[in-house]
Ligand binder design. Structure first.
Ligand code: NAP
Length: 538
């Protein structure tokens, strides 16, 4: 193994942070508080992560603004003014720019720099990281704040290079606004991104064709301006709201029903569902406490949404195509929309069922399905991500015994608490697989991880330790626990990106921890209090 200190011009830091989104920014801030030197590498030319890349029209978060924000600084949460119930992408990006400036974080970030590899040198006890700009850096700790939904997937359709028009992926949207006026536009994909972008394009383009493989359940956002009075009142009680969110299942103040669907009368169930539809948003899926364990309970909520689709979409054939029947509601990520179903009443919008007539190739003029050739000026891929693991496995990460993380995870990701991986000492994953991450208001999950990692590094500094790594047995036990609790839910039956089902060849494993953020936090804290049970610290 090379002697890293003998290589000239190779900077050394206590920690390297990869990614400058919510997670990387807060991690940098905490490392500075600990007095540790850190450098952050970020592929974009500014901060923001997911919210830097996802600039597509209509991009908006499904978690309310007042909750989808950092809680670690009361000054920050008091001074920032949100303008809408749900924050749009430009506002979240402005917020993260503000955070970066307010805490003076940019000076430690190398922008326009992608990490290509990270290799642990056991002789030196260092991580050696290389970038696409030819730099090498070393650090004792490597913290991957690379995001769960940041490795975009553009399906391998034949012929895309020949397409004479423009194409876009929602997760890599251009910085300049795209003008679809007068165009014939295709949107492929009907997940959260497709459902948000399509109505915006329909309002601008001459014709929009939505290529749907699997219909999704979507609940109206009923987004609206956030009145000053509501915001002021909420801010007065921020400590209480934040504590409740962090102790909750989803890291958000949803109204979790305590009642089984079958302890309610039909009239009570109808009233519950009506009230939740009227309030809008992801809260809808918490209408019964047996929603995700009992298919019959879930069917009641699913039927309700299918009926809503039927009542909104005037053309019965289109409505029927838009009604999901292959999965329980909420077992694929619930979508939240503005005018998605109503959009299909517009004369310029067409729906193509690519399960019945699959896309065979992209042509010079558009998209060919098994049934017809469709001509387009632009194609929008809203085809999603190699979720949770993709942003990690696209980096060549080599552990202590020379094994690549990609190889270790060939049959599914293995991680202790979703934070550390056996054989990869001093490597931390923020919101990694096996943590609640994408099932929650991810900002709360990020804060929990970053604070746990910072406490761990602080403890190590105080005790003179310089290496931490999970025991294989602890990791195996955690992976089994994550799988066990997932298996008790309906989630594992769906072909979702939670299950890796959207990426051909990806192992079918439920990726996040479904036990809830509050429970998870207690487990992490107990493990730390027990002297980092399940970890080897030297
Ligand atoms: P997604 O949920 O994975 O949706 C991708 C869509 O593309 C699906 O409809 C999928 O169909 C379709 N697709 C993929 N490959 C295809 C192919 N070869 N042919 C035809 N269709 C294909 O991705 P996303 O919409 O980008 O959302 C990902 C996640 O990001 C969300 O679930 C959410 O967690 C987050 N997100 C959140 C928001 C928000 O907060 N509002 C907005 C955007 C994204 P199948 O279902 O059949 O695979």
């Amino acid at each position: 193994m090379s002697n890293v200190t003998s290589i000239p011009n190779r900077p050394h830091h206590d920690a390297i942070v990869v990614g400058a989104g919510f997670a990387g920014l807060y991690m940098l801030h905490k490392l500075r508080e600990l007095g540790l030197s850190a450098q952050c590498f970020e592929g974009g030319d500014s901060v923001g992560g997911t919210w830097y890349w996802n600039r597509y029209p209509g991009a908006r978060c499904d978690v309310p603004s007042l909750e989808y924000s950092f809680s670690f600084s009361d000054e920050l949460q008091q001074e920032w003014e949100w303008s809408e119930r749900y924050p749009a992408q430009p506002e979240i990006l402005r917020y993260l720019d503000h955070v970066a400036d307010r805490f003076d974080l940019r000076r430690e970030i190398h922008f326009n720099t992608w990490i290509q590899s990270a290799r642990f040198d056991p002789d030196q006890g260092m991580w050696i990281v290389t970038t696409d700009t030819g730099e090498t850096a070393t650090a004792r700790y490597c913290i991957l704040a690379t995001g769960a939904l940041s490795a975009p997937r553009k399906p391998d359709f034949a012929g895309l290079d020949d397409f004479a028009g423009q194409w876009y992926h929602t997760g890599q949207w251009p910085h300049q606004p795209v003008d679809f006026t007068g165009q014939r536009v295709a949107v492929i994909g009907t997940g959260s991104s497709g459902i948000q972008v399509a109505p915006m394009i329909a309002a601008e383009a001459a014709e929009l064709t939505v290529f749907q493989r699997t219909p999704n359940f979507s609940i109206p956002a009923w987004n609206q301006p956030l009145p000053r009075s509501v915001q002021d009142e909420w801010k007065k009680h921020y400590p209480r709201h934040r504590a409740a969110a962090k102790a909750s299942r989803s890291g958000a103040l949803y109204d979790y029903s305590q009642r089984s669907a079958f302890d309610m009368t039909a009239a009570e169930r109808q009233a519950e569902l009506d009230a939740r539809w009227a309030r809008g948003g992801a809260n809808f899926t918490h209408c019964f406490n047996d929603m995700f364990r009992d298919k019959a309970a879930n069917d009641i909520a699913a039927d309700y949404v299918r009926n809503k689709i039927g009542s909104i979409v005037q053309d019965w054939d289109k409505a029927a195509l838009l009604m999901p029947t292959d999965h329980a509601i909420g077992t694929k990520r619930i979508c939240v929309d503005t005018d998605y179903y109503a959009m299909f009443n517009r004369p310029n919008v067409t729906l193509v069922d690519v399960r019945a007539t699959p896309i065979t190739r992209i042509t010079t003029t558009g998209i060919a399905t098994s049934a017809a050739d469709h001509a387009f000026d632009s194609i929008v891929f809203a085809t999603g991500y190699d979720a949770v693991t993709g942003s990690l496995t696209r980096i060549d990460i080599i552990g202590r015994s020379g094994v690549g993380l990609k190889d270790k995870w060939r049959d599914g990701p293995k991680s202790y608490l979703g934070i550390m991986v056996a054989d990869y000492p001093n490597l931390f994953t923020i919101t990694g697989p096996g943590s609640p991450s994408i099932l929650t208001n991810v900002v709360m999950s990020i804060e929990q991880h970053v604070e746990w990692v910072a406490d761990c590094l602080g403890t190590m500094a105080r005790t003179g330790a310089d290496l931490i790594e999970p025991e294989l047995a602890a990791e195996d036990e955690w992976v089994a626990h994550v799988a066990d609790i997932a298996a008790q839910t309906l989630h594992v039956q769906a072909n979702s990106w939670y299950m890796g089902a959207n990426v051909p060849g990806k192992p079918r494993v439920f990726l996040p921890y479904i036990g809830g953020l509050g429970t998870y936090t207690q487990i992490c804290n107990e493990i730390a209090r027990d002297g980092y049970r399940g970890f080897v610290i030297r």
